[in-house]
Design a protein around this ligand. Sequence first.
Ligand code: UDX
Length: 472
Amino acid sequence: MEKSMDESSPHVLIFPCPAQGHVNSMLKLAELLAIQNLHITFLNTQYIHNRLIQFNDDIQALLECYPKLQFKTIPDFLDEENHPGFGVKIGDAIVSLSLYSKPFLREIIVSEKISCIVLDGIFGDLATDLAHEFGIQLIHFRTISPCCFWAYLCVPKLLECNELPIRGEEDMDRIIRNMPGMENLLRCRDLPSFCRQNNEDHILLDEVVLRTKQSLNANALILNTFEDLDSPILSQIRLHFPKLYTLGPLHHHLNTTKKTSSASSFKSNFFKVDKECMVWLDSQELKSVIYVSFGSTTPMKKEELIEIWHGLLNSKKQFLWVIRPNMVQEKGLLNELKEGTNKEKGLIVEWVSQEEVLSHKAIGAFLTHSGWNSTLESVVCGVPMICWPYFADQQINSRFVSEVWKIGLDMKDVCDRKVVENMVNDVMVNRKEEFLRSAKEMAELACKSVSPGGSSYNSFYELIQFIRSTSR
Ligand code: UDX
């Protein structure tokens, strides 16, 4: 994977958190920058790199299309025997990389003559000293939604006004008032999941808030969104981060750009993609199938899987459901569900090419965990959502889907077969036209934003100018 890099153009080091949603969106940015002829070093942990190589056949061939893009790896300093993977225990990797990766980063900055770092903002101040030491630009990329990023910044004020902490289960429907840009919109249950911790256990929330504030020490901030989606929130964020680039939806930005370039696109699956499901989808009627996936991280309890399964069956809508191998403890359960689902009712698979599935004409709705990438992918395809958030930004994303953008329903904190059945029927039958109309309008705005003259298109060129003008 070693390439010789000429020194005439900026060399950007991109370092994502070792998790699917983070690698996906930061790799899209890497590819967009590579198309603009910038040198890119994309840094993954060895563990993630191995998965990329294992499940994405064409990586090597694609690297040849981009002579100025290279992959490098770094250890994650975790115990190999009890490796937490990239699931809910991702915090372990963030902590160990924060503690031990600096010397490796320094070595890469020197050997590759890096002139700009795009760091996953989840690492907080990890590269701030290094950027100062070498006099290079540091840009933070936050892969979460802008509404969540803004909520983290508002946490100190909420504590000051006694709106936080949340005082137990009975407090969950209390309305949050002191959050500029989203006054009276959120209930306690809609705040990012880390706010749910009780008084004594605020360590994780404090850490998340601190790392969010540390983005102020970077020279610029990138968010994966577009102006028409998040304008009131972006105005608030800009008061603190004037150098804010909004480039999203990044996957669509890349797809649109590639239509005018000859390059192909990197896939970044951490699991083997099931291709047969596309054949099954081809045989289904227009907008008749509900796609169900809870992302790369969400674990599920047996009872939850069973409630959702019955809800889907009772809805009488065909479904395509992704149940990852690492999603359930009870190994036999997956087989039981598969055996109990015949192809007239639905299909259960372990991983799909989600962008491809969502853009298939047979898909009529998406039952999702409201991860930010999944939300944007659904927005671009004009697919209405039913949201069942699990953690992090998902609780607030699902509130925005239902109450701000009005492109779906929020099933938060409930997992009941009757509710699943009713919501599927509301989105796909009773209120179908209403949801399809608003989802289509939002999809059009997303497409406009990444087309020539659109907000994300322009912002990307401003970013390129910033990187070029400040690189040594
Ligand atoms: C995590 C957090 O859960 C999320 O809230 C945060 O916004 C980003 O980090 P994750 O659970 O991975 O993300 O969800 P999401 O952001 O939606 O990313 C999942 C990615 O995996 C999407 O790009 C989706 O297209 C892809 N995917 C998912 C597949 O390619 N195939 C699948 O079968 C399922």
